[in-house]
Design a protein around this ligand. Sequence first.
Ligand SMILES: [Zn+2]
Length: 328
Amino acid sequence: MAEEVKKTITKASDTAKKAAEPAKKTVTKAAEGTKKTVQAASDGAKKTVRAAADKTKSAAGAAADTAKKTVKRASDAVDTAEEKVTEAAAEVKDTAKEKVSQGQRKIKEAKPTGNATLLRIFAVICWVLALAAEVMAILVIVERIELPMPIIWGVIIFLVVDLIFCVVASQLWKKANHIDPASEKNPLKFWLWNNIGVIMAAVCFLPFIIITLTNKRADAKTKLIATLAAVGCMAIAGLTGYDWNPVSQEQKASAEHVLEGVDVYWSNYGHRYHLDENCSSLSRSAALTYGDVDQAIAANKTHLCKFCFNNHAEEYEGLEKLIAGASE
Ligand SMILES: [Zn+2]
């Protein structure tokens, strides 16, 4: 009995084994399939990752190159800037040295001389306005026009306006004469050109004085004050209008010829220009101007300094022509 059972069990077991065989195979196959799929998927993923990595690498490389280039450029720019700063600093140092070597004295360049014709036109306009003011003063003193104030005040106001235009006109005229002087060859024109300021001072006040003194209607006190005021104005206009340091066309031409292309120096005082900025007669001048000799003459510096002449007489031909006759 037991034997039979044993056989049956063995059989059953074999049958089960046999039945299990295909399942095993299927499982194995399935497992293999899965393995392959996983492998393939893994390969694909690996490739993708690698490709991505490569891409990232090249992109990073490019970015790194650009960054490197940018940094290089920036560093170059810094170098250039540094050079510039060094240069500028050197320049500043040099300028500072120069200033110190000149004993802290300011030396400025002269302005362009200006246009003589234009100055003369403005001078004439100012004289015309001065004459108009004189006519107004006359009309007030002879009571042809009435102002809302005492006669004497009206007269004084117009005389002062007359004086201001007269002085401005003669200064402009003198300036024009130093830019474009008259020739000594025509004595009348030379005299007239240099004295027109004084002549115009007389023209701008003398008629008023004569009319006032001969005016019978005005009271004695008004006449006296008006006359004294007009005489005072005429004196001021005459003294400021006279050219105390005239220059001739010939004088200017010889200075330009002798000192062609040479810088000369002058201070605010006196009527002489210098060849040396360190001339002993300039030692007390804090501010100097330099320029061509025609700019010096335009600035009313008409003659060469005697010290500078002594120090440079050998260097320039005809230098002695430039020292004689200056009013100090
Ligand atoms: Zn000098």
